[in-house]
Design a protein around this ligand. Structure first.
Ligand code: DAH
Length: 339
């Protein structure tokens, strides 16, 4: 017997073992296989006895191979025994009466708010459009009348991606894209993610969501804007009062911000409204004629209104969430409140 011959014998024995074990159907015949292969007078023993005349070195290598063969056979036989036993005991038992407590998923509160707002706006005749998150710097700023040297540029702290490209810092560039691609009447809302390199705290995240609104036609007036936003606020928060304050945005003139009466304390004063009774929910205004000029619309032919709101902020007011970070933590105990 040489080592080569032994290897050949081992592989033949494995083949034979493979076909034997494949047809075993009860524990008795499995016992028989134990005896046939690794029993005291079994085939493994026969093979082992053939190496006794080899040189010491060959004996060692062949011995190792035979030991591996023994391990292989033993583990296969044990495995087959377990499988057979399980089968004979009636297979895996399933208790159909065991209480079923799978946790079902559902929409994230942020997206429920998004959906709700979009549905309201659709009912008011606004069409949904989307723009890219990596945006041309000039659409994010210049076309909106926010030149680089203007101090208001700093309000929109911005991530730069490459020369002339930014991660949009607001959804307002979608206004520009829409107006560049078609003539009025335009009546759109643009939902989406926006990015600002802010430090994370209870009120700020570097990625958040906005909804932009734009209505342009001949003879769109400030009362149209107020009426639209009042309907939005009522449908979103129920019976609330609204109030408009003068403000400033480079792309609207005049500009305003809308407050709603505090949904938590009903104007009595609480930490959420900082004891003022009012909560600011959005920025808006009449589209600045300079923006119309930038997109190539004829002078003084059209008028329009625009508004932008933060979805996280609305969600937090609506569900009385104190810290914006809850919205991204995926903490099931928190999300469960919304099921
Ligand atoms: N883009 C503004 C921001 O991110 C929000 C905004 C204010 C949008 C007034 C508008 C608007 O369309 O008219 O702070």
């Amino acid at each position: 017997m040489t080592r080569i011959l032994l290897k050949d014998q081992i592989s033949r024995l494995k083949d034979q073992f493979g076909s034997d074990i494949a047809v075993v159907s009860n524990l008795d015949s499995l016992d028989e296989l134990f005896r046939k292969y690794i029993g005291r007078n079994g085939l493994l023993r026969d093979l082992t006895s053939t190496i006794k005349d080899l040189s010491a070195e060959e004996k060692r290598t062949c011995g190792t191979e035979l030991n591996q063969l023994k391990d292989f056979l033993t583990s296969k036989l044990e495995e087959a025994k377990m499988t057979l036993k399980r089968k004979l005991e009636g297979g895996e038992k399933i208790d159909y009466t065991y209480p079923f407590s799978a946790q079902t998923g559902r929409e994230h509160p942020l997206y429920s708010t998004f959906e709700e707002i979009i549905t309201i706006m659709e009912r008011l005749g606004f069409e949904i459009v989307e723009g890219p998150e990596i945006e041309k710097e000039e659409y994010n700023f210049d076309f909106l009348n926010i030149p680089k040297e203007h101090p208001s540029h700093d309000i929109w702290n911005t991530f730069y991606v490459s020369e002339g490209k930014v991660l949009r810092s607001h959804t307002s560039p979608v206004q520009v894209r829409t107006m560049l691609s078609k003539k009025p009447p335009i009546k759109i809302v643009a939902p989406g993610k926006v990015y600002r390199p802010d430090t994370v705290d209870a009120g700020h995240l570097p990625v958040f969501h906005q909804l932009e609104g734009l209505y342009v036609d001949e003879n769109v007036t400030l009362p149209h804007l107020k009426g639209t936003l009042e309907v939005l606020a009522m449908q979103l928060f129920g019976e609330v009062e609204t109030k408009f304050r003068a403000s400033f945005f480079p792309f609207t003139e005049p500009s305003l911000e809308m407050d709603v009466s505090c949904v938590i304390c009903k104007k009595k004063g609480c930490p959420t409204c900082r004891y003022s009774g009012w909560i600011e929910i959005l920025g808006a205004g009449m589209v600045n004629q300079k923006v119309f000029k930038n997109v190539g619309y004829p002078e003084n032919k059209y008028s329009g209104f625009a508004f932008g709101l933060g979805i996280e902020r609305i969600t937090m007011i609506k569900y009385q969430i104190q810290d914006i970070r809850y919205l991204i933590e995926n903490n099931f105990r928190f999300l469960k409140h919304f099921i």
